[in-house]
Design a protein around this ligand. Structure first.
Ligand code: FAD
Ligand code: FES
Ligand code: MG
Length: 333
């Protein structure tokens, strides 16, 4: 049983991995056989090494860089070995520069034909700002993936997908996959204001029903995505699955709305990850009272079982270090 007093206490392996995260990248990772059963892939730099055909150095070229909003960078990256295996809902670990840290980012798109994957990053701290400054032609030091379990796809019937903030970029391939699996797709997207809406046209194009919400009322419904969900439930709309991706508070509110109606609800969690392959324990989350690893057991979980308060607290545990890293980065430039 996970004790509250353990919240701030990393696993010993987590401490080592965090040291590596802050000082240099993890150079030698051992593959985790348990992880292979999920991905069919040898994780970590071993996978990179094999994918590089035994060559120890290969950078990943950015073929397109575009600002989706002033704070969100979209990068299309040449990574044929990842694009070939990528599935909706999976993520990659990105190390922008040789001495940079590894951060998890969901694949906002992937094209096996072009051999590229696309990421969209909200610039919140040092590493995402580093990505935000990158241009087409620049090289990323390392990519590992695809990681995590893909979205479980089948014909559920009516699927309501809800995205907020950076979650909008991430829900696009998932909605597309739900559509391709024969579902009736009802999509609700939300942002603070009209200028921060992303992937609006793309998601609308694959929606059977489509709703926009803005906090300030500049476009669509004046209010939250949860208001639209409540309205659909009040109208007795047939709903077979709810999928939510976005800020933790948004996913928590959605799960609380659907729980009394027993509406199956999947959320995509974002715990702090270090290796992304099940080794360090940094990403542990509490699901139905049990400890799970976000990277190999998730990132998607049953929203009704998630301990969101624990996730929120754990995601704040390195704020002083993160602020220092950002300060040093901004001063150096
Ligand atoms: P920092 O200043 O270092 O951190 C800011 C906040 O981001 C922290 O307080 C913490 O809550 C979170 N964070 C920091 N380091 C990590 C880490 N190693 N892992 C997870 N969270 C961290 N963000 C996007 O913008 N786009 C995505 O597609 C996306 N996909 C994600 C997929 C998964 C599976 C997970 C777990 C997270 C995802 N995130 C995504 C969150 C993203 O990883 C963090 O915003 C990023 O690591 C912040 O790094 P930073 O150095 O810029 O900010
Ligand atoms: Fe290390 Fe999940 S990130 S175990
Ligand atoms: Mg950081």
């Amino acid at each position: 049983m996970f004790l509250k007093s353990n919240l701030e206490r990393p696993f010993p392996s987590e401490k080592i991995a965090l040291h590596n995260r802050n000082v240099s990248r993890l150079k030698y990772e051992r593959s985790n056989p348990a992880n292979n059963r999920h991905h069919g892939l040898v994780p970590g730099p071993c996978a990179e090494f094999l994918a590089r055909g035994g060559k120890s150095v290969q950078m990943y070229e950015i073929v397109k860089a575009e600002k989706l909003t002033p704070d969100v960078i979209k990068l299309e990256i040449k990574a044929p070995h990842i694009a070939r295996k990528a599935k909706a809902g999976q993520f990659i670990m990105v190390t922008p520069t040789e001495h940079g840290e590894r951060v998890p980012l969901t694949m906002a798109d992937f094209s096996p034909e072009k051999g590229t994957i696309t990421i969209a990053a909200l610039e919140v701290g040092k590493t995402t700002r580093q990505l935000g400054r990158m241009k087409a032609g620049d090289q990323l030091f390392s990519l590992v993936g695809p990681l995590g379990l893909p979205t479980h796809l089948k014909n559920y019937g009516n699927v309501v997908s809800i995205g907020g903030g950076i979650g909008l970029a991430l829900m696009y391939p998932i909605v597309r996959a739900f559509k391709q699996s024969g579902n009736h797709t009802i999509n609700i997207i939300g942002a603070k204001n009209e200028k921060l809406l992303m992937y609006e046209k793309e998601i609308q194009a694959i929606s059977d029903e489509f709703f926009i919400c803005t906090d300030d009322g500049s476009k669509g419904h004046h209010g939250f995505v949860s208001d639209v969900l409540k309205k659909l439930i009040a109208e007795n709309k047939k709903i077979d699955l709810v999928y939510a991706v976005g800020p933790i508070i948004m996913m928590k509110v959605i799960a609380n709305i659907t729980k009394p109606y027993n509406l199956p609800t999947i959320v995509s969690l974002n715990p702090i990850m270090v290796d992304g392959t099940g080794m360090c324990g940094s990403c542990r989350v509490i699901i139905g009272g049990e400890t799970k690893f976000g990277c190999v057991d998730g990132p998607e979980f049953d929203g009704h079982k998630v301990d969101f308060d624990n996730l929120t607290a754990r995601n704040k545990r390195y704020i002083p270090e993160e602020q220092n890293a950002l300060k040093r980065f901004m001063e150096a430039k």
